[in-house]
Design a protein around this ligand. Sequence first.
Ligand code: MRU
Length: 352
Amino acid sequence: MIVKGTHYKTVWMEGQSVFHIEQNKLPFSFAIFEAKTYQDTCHAISSMIVRGAGAIGASAGFGMAQAFLSAPKEGFKSYVERARQEIEATRPTARNLFFATERVFEAGMKSVDEAVACAQQLAAENDADGEQIGIYGDGLIKEGYRIMTHCNAGWLGFVDWGSALAPIYRAHRSGKRIFVWADETRPRSQGARLTAWEMVNEGIDHRIVPDNAGAYLMAQRQVDMMIVGADRIAANGDTANKIGTLEKAIAANFYGVPFYVAAPTSTFDMNCASGVDIPIEERSEDEVLYQTGPDEHGDIRKVQVCAPGSKAVNPAFDVTPASLIKGIITEKGIVEPNLEAIKKIIPHGNRT
Ligand code: MRU
């Protein structure tokens, strides 16, 4: 990703530290958070300094490598096992997190160097997968398309290219005239803050829309296609993604708007037969009851936006049934959302 002319990755590791673009401060300020220990990396994931399925996966892989680097000789195995549990407890829905910890853990049981190399490799794969998703997805985008997306599945949600936004970047860079509707994505506003910030940086024409405007725009024939990311995809194609995705998928199907999911194969969980098996993260009600933003000095402040005394619920994801999804754009091509087709791209299932 290019930020003011400099190429950045969302997450990277140097020495024993893991560096993250601080997503809670965007788009108001651009800062890097250094996680010096695996516990700092856990904090970065759970507090959403780093967020988005792919970026969480890369960060978790690096965190696992940090644990191997810091493990004492005595009690080495129990230390890294406990670290793995702590990392895996940070966010339960994103499959990429578990995909990364299991691989880096296996590598680390051979040697600490292998743990670090494996984590670096996973981050590089995440990057390459996004680029391929961009190539396949671009093939679906026609000149003049108005594309709606939900949440942020762009540069910030992965290590570099993104998933849902990779086809959009590819189409734009190849000279196609395109337009993006960015759903605001309450309660944390990843669309209004992060997707919109990426669009500004990339120079793509876009508008932020309130979450509840999607069906209206589709009814007005102002949406040509919808592409969203995924946090976990079950073996039958049911897809967990940011809360609000399901409503958009229902509206898109009602109005005949093609609804695509974009995700690498590392997001598929063949141990989940269908969407009912996907664990859905519940986050703090404070994310609904309060909003954050900069004051006149640029310091991030919290303001109450709901009736004092009311409680809230905050499920972070919902599951879109495979029947509402036209296709899943992966690094291996566009796949129909059904078990037979998915088995062809993931023939051996999950390791765990
Ligand atoms: O809670 P988040 O912001 O980590 O949510 C994950 C997401 O970014 C989206 O659901 C996204 O579409 C999945 S892939 C980047």
